[in-house]
Design a protein around this ligand. Structure first.
Ligand code: CDP
Length: 200
């Protein structure tokens, strides 16, 4: 069976949590495409060469989830040659037999516009910043909530404003606003939407 769930949305909206849970619920493979851009961003050197030569070790680094890696990712993500180098792998993954969930910024618009289910997961900037700040340790984190909010807003602006594959909801995407939802509620909504399409 070929079945793709494309999940896009801004930083810290809950895409990762929802994607992993949907993949687990249906036995689909999951690809966090942000990790590809983070790995290119932190590798240093020429980003186009880094994207062309990305290795499993690059993707296994333990510093990919830092705020710095997020910023580095969104800076290399504006380079069309970087995006082009990562395209074929993501497309193949999306259409692999057995079902796939991919989360990122351009999955429903560029990587797999033919995806059977397209979700756009979002939340207010304040809610997203608070979640990311708590993930980083909350009061024990090295950054203030205000710093994290500024970082999230800067990255969103860069992701939405770039010329190549800007962040936006794909045509036909169903929007899940997680601002007032618990993660269990957001997961339940996404799983129900996928189940609806699978059952057709
Ligand atoms: O987890 P979070 O939402 O904070 O970020 P991420 O999904 O790991 O993505 C990090 C950065 O990579 C984003 O801010 C984008 O600039 C870039 N990205 C992209 O351009 N296209 C994708 N499909 C995925 C990520």
């Amino acid at each position: 069976m070929i079945f793709t769930v494309a999940i896009d949305g801004p930083a810290a909206a809950g895409k990762g949590t929802i994607s992993r849970a949907v993949a687990e619920a249906f036995g689909f493979a999951h690809l966090d495409t942000g990790a590809l851009y983070r790995a290119v961003g932190v590798k240093g050197g020429d980003p186009v060469q880094a994207a062309q030569g990305l290795t499993p070790e690059d993707l296994a680094r333990d510093d990919l989830r830092t705020l710095e890696a997020g910023q580095a990712a969104s800076r290399v993500a504006v380079i069309p040659e970087v995006r082009a180098a990562l395209l074929a792998f993501q497309r193949r993954f999306a259409r692999r037999p057995g079902g796939a969930v991919l989360d990122g910024r351009d999955i429903g618009t560029v990587i797999c516009p033919e995806a059977e289910v397209k979700l756009f997961v979002t939340a207010s900037a304040d809610v997203r910043a608070r979640r990311r700040w708590l993930e980083l340790g909350g009061a024990a984190a090295s950054r203030s909530l205000a710093d994290v909010l500024a970082e999230v807003q800067e990255r969103d602006a860069r992701d939405m404003g770039r010329a190549d594959a800007p962040l936006r909801a794909a045509e036909g995407a169903q929007v899940i606003d997680t601002s007032a939802l618990s993660s269990a509620e957001a997961i339940a909504e996404a799983v129900a939407l996928v189940r609806q399409t699978l059952g057709r």
